[in-house]
Design a protein around this ligand. Structure first.
Ligand code: FES
Length: 281
């Protein structure tokens, strides 16, 4: 499932949940609206207080100080038995409604945060970048990336990697001697494959290959790397990063995109560079 599709699903689910929460709150509120409202009670109480004040003022001597109004016992207009109304029976007040609405909105944001987190980790759960990715059959890959004496790097989008050939005999003394797991598949013919991360180690631009120079040249600030991703020029602090690789039982070349290997600038290049004009000046 693509990221855009996943984002769309998250958006739809969030909207449905939000709509459901709002409808639920609104319906609870409307359920609570019966024949008695708080505004009506307030009006009745205010009128009763006014009447009592008038009666007290009429009964008191002219020079008496104003009497303090004390709560009067409740009198009903008929003798029907009265039942005390509980808070839950009275229903949802305006304050409760807003409290619940704020709670619902806050919960919605938490839900979206959780879904966004799930979307972030989803590729790892389903085998995207960050997990082992097959670049195809080893033999077919080798046939594609070598053309006589020239390199033809093959880009594997799912792994964000350039696959390049690497002679196993070049490993000793190279920048990769301590991390031989960055080359695989060279046991039979001495030619292994490497997977170079396309991301420039300077500031992260995508680095394209350059057919004429037989290397990789960053269009952002001009860092240059040879055909094995070894640093050659520019502001990049090290060689291109690469991934651990292996060949599985079915003969597929596997790029472990969860294992990034960094190596220092090469002291001894394992391939000549440049072999022709640069693509980036
Ligand atoms: S990002 Fe590649 S040289 Fe700066």
């Amino acid at each position: 499932m693509s990221g855009a599709a996943l984002f769309g699903i998250i958006l739809v689910v969030s909207t449905v949940v939000a709509a459901g929460a709002i409808i639920a709150i609104a319906s609870r509120r409307s359920d609570s609206e019966g024949s008695v409202t708080s505004a009506e009670l307030d009006r009745k109480a205010a009128k009763a207080d006014r009447d009592r004040r008038k009666a007290m003022a009429a009964a008191a001597p002219a020079d008496a100080p104003p009497a303090k109004l004390v709560p009067a016992p409740i009198e009903f207009e008929d003798d029907a038995p009265r039942q005390e109304v509980t808070a839950s029976e009275f229903g949802v007040t305006r304050r409760k409604f807003f409290n619940r609405a704020v709670g619902a909105i806050f919960g919605l944001y938490l839900l979206q945060f959780a879904l966004a987190g799930l979307a972030f980790f989803w590729p790892k759960l389903k085998g995207g970048f960050g997990t082992p990715i097959s670049a195809g059959a080893l033999d077919a890959l080798k046939a594609e990336v070598v053309d006589g004496a020239r390199l033809v790097p093959k880009f594997i989008p799912a792994a964000q990697s350039w696959v390049v050939p690497f002679p196993m005999s070049s490993l000793p003394g190279s920048s990769f001697e301590a991390t031989p797991f960055v080359v695989a598949g060279g046991e039979s013919d001495g030619i292994g494959l490497m997977a170079l991360w396309q991301r420039c180690v300077h500031l992260g631009c995508r680095v394209p290959s350059c057919e004429s120079s037989q290397g990789f040249e960053c269009p952002c600030h001009g860092s240059k790397y040879n055909g094995h991703g070894e640093y050659s020029a520019g502001p990049a602090p090290r060689n291109l990063d690469r991934f651990a690789v292996s060949v599985d039982a079915a003969g597929e070349f596997i790029i472990e995109t969860g294992t990034v290997v960094q190596t220092a600038r090469a002291k001894h290049y394992t391939i000549a560079y440049p072999q022709g004009p640069f693509c980036v000046g």
